[in-house]
Design a protein. Structure first.
Length: 71
């Protein structure tokens, strides 16, 4: 009987600071894959494709919306 692969979450972040939050919060590094898109749609698509190629079984976008408040 073969083992079922562990699902990996692929996360797209616009900023390095957002990616750092996720990396510190993740239980283990092999359960979450993070890519930084720099808030560019074409880069987000390329990053999502790379995450899937690295084994991501699902993709989400994560951000803090800090750019909405100049303070």
């Amino acid at each position: 009987m073969s083992a079922t692969p562990t699902p990996k979450l692929g996360v797209l972040c616009g900023l390095v600071a957002e990616a750092d939050i996720l990396r510190h919060a993740a239980p283990t590094e092999d359960q979450i894959l993070v890519a930084i898109t720099a808030a560019r749609p074409e880069r987000a698509r390329a990053c999502a494709e790379r995450l899937v190629a690295r084994g991501a079984t699902g993709i989400v976008s994560f951000g803090l919306a800090g750019g909405l408040d100049p303070a």
